[in-house]
Design a protein around this ligand. Sequence first.
Ligand code: DGJ
Length: 735
Amino acid sequence: MIKRIGDLFALSTDSASCCFKILPTGQLEHLFYGKRINFGDDGRLLDLFAQDCKGAAGGSIAYDDASKFSLDGMSLESSGRGKGDAREPFVEVENADGSMTTDFVFESADVDSCPAEMRTLPSSRGCREHLCVTLKDKNFSHILRLHWNVYPECDVITRRAEFTNGSGASVRLRRLMSAQIDFEGDGFVAGDFSGSWAHEMNLNFTPLASGRHVVESSCGVSSSSANPFVMLGRGGVSQDSGECWGFNLVYSGNHYECFDVESGGRLRFVNGINPKEFSFSLAPGETFESPESVASYSDNGWNRLSRNLHRFARLHIARGEWSDRERPILLNSWEAAYFDIDQMKLLSLAEKAAAAGVELFVVDDGWFKGRTDDTRALGDWDADEGKFPGGLAPFVEKIKSLGMKAGLWVEPEMVSAESELFKAHGDWALDIPGKGHSEGRRQRMLDLANPSVQDFIIEKMSEVFSQADISYVKWDMNRAMSDVYSRSLSRDRQGEAAHRHTMGFYRVAKALVEKFPHILFEGCASGGNRFDLGALCVFPQIWASDCTDALRRVSIQEGYSYGYPQSAFSAHVSASPNHQTGRASPLETRFNVACFASFGYEMDLRAAGKGDLEKIKRQISFYKKWRGLFQFGQLRRSRCGDLVEWTVASEDSRRAAAIVFRARGGDDLPLARLFPRGLDPSLVYSVGVVDSGGERALGKAGGDALMAIGARIEPGLLRGDLSSAMFLLEAEDGE
Ligand code: DGJ
């Protein structure tokens, strides 16, 4: 709900509210973002909470002679430079005269039910409540439009901004954030997700006491070192209680999130495009739009926050035929054979997969001409006829005759220096002319800021996806940016290169996913190096990590689960010992962990023993029955000592599945219990356990008792290292 009551703007979702008002001097004073408030019809109550605008104390700057207050002491909706607010700014612009001061004041406001699509970037869809406030710069007539989208059922409010050069001369935009939110009080803790290749999404909590806590990426992608999803908690927030906020960005390029704590007990949060190494030149009348920023609030702890964001990502970010469809069980050739593939080998693997019940067979890297290892051939997207006689079409038909669909790996944004494409178009690579280049995975990035390069990729990939009956595409991207320079931009516009590259990626990916609507696209960037809401606007799922080790996957997938739904990340059962860590783990545990995602296998089934193949067959038929719940169910995390528990429950709470995972085994588990969440307290559930023998009934209990007292876990189930147990709960029909 969006209400305007005089100078007050009040935005409410089912459980949260956010409000601000126009100050007599024209700035927007931020009043509150938290638990839902009843604003009534006159909003008078809020007078009590508005800030004291009088008196610029000590050395602070008075905004103007008439009002004599300082912007530095205020909570604001957007801040500039040069008028007294020294905290993280929202907008920075270098005017034609070299000055950088901005002074934006209220001009007008519009509420409507259908926000216009963004022109240059992907954004949320399906909004029915939208507010746009227009501010005007007093000195240069620049226009700043602030947009809010309200998604009541997800408890999500999004923000974004547009800057229009209103002066008569060109200006250089130095920063345009997406959101600014000022909080009052103390005791805040920031939650963010750091990592690296094969170690994605490690959750860190940092108490915010003073100074700036920054999360950012500057390597051209959202990056596994700092996911753009961050959280804020107050006091002793836990999984199921306490106040917390989550913030994300619908953007896949260089991003910036900053918690700026002022000594006076004020906290400012901003997020947006990373202003470092960024600038954008705008001629008079030209407009720049910042990515959409997503915010959610929960007063029921992190689990509730995650469920808000899961629902939002499923309903308002994911698009296309696959956004809400159950995902097929696939077998991927990468960890089964790496580059050592050919038709014969893959068909013998495919026969095993089909016999086990796999639905989709994916040919990973190595299928195109000259691609014998990772040093060559990216860009030369024609099938290697030595490996696939007659090309991919006959091979795909054979896969289909086994009862499976076929999928293919590509890495469209790259070129190898050793390739025909590079010989013909060396100038399409992103590098500084005449200077040495720092390679990543021995390959170059194509310059996606260049429209000719974008057109080439769209055309070439259209051919690749049409050469055979392809049902799935894994879209990989295996290096970060270095030596950033686009030959398609003039010298003074190189600060635009990284952002224009990101816009180019969206143009290319969107054109292809829309041209091939039946294909299920899976994003990948050396695992999770581009895992964000922008990528999820084009790809319904993303390969979570190149690490398939069960122990590490527990923490990686749990990390993702804070901000992203299970359907958005994929997980595969791989060989033991694991290829990345060398760690051995039971097949049951590898399966149980991978279940809580878009699921598949990535191992040489020809090398699996008869016993394991039988188990895999049973796993697949079990997953087919329950996958809707695993991929789209409402997730809750909990931890008891070293036991990790994840539960997924159906929307109506009648079905649930839970896994309990134990990293280090032993016989000291007398009190281990399963505490399922999300059940209906008034219903009776039959509880079963799934083990290698199939499903086994354990007994019946009320939902209230199960959630309060828990169900005892037989000690034998969790004895070994990396052991786990999967439980199923189904409500009995009422008497
Ligand atoms: C990196 C990906 O993350 C892997 O899964 C695999 O597809 C390789 N690239 C192939 O080169």
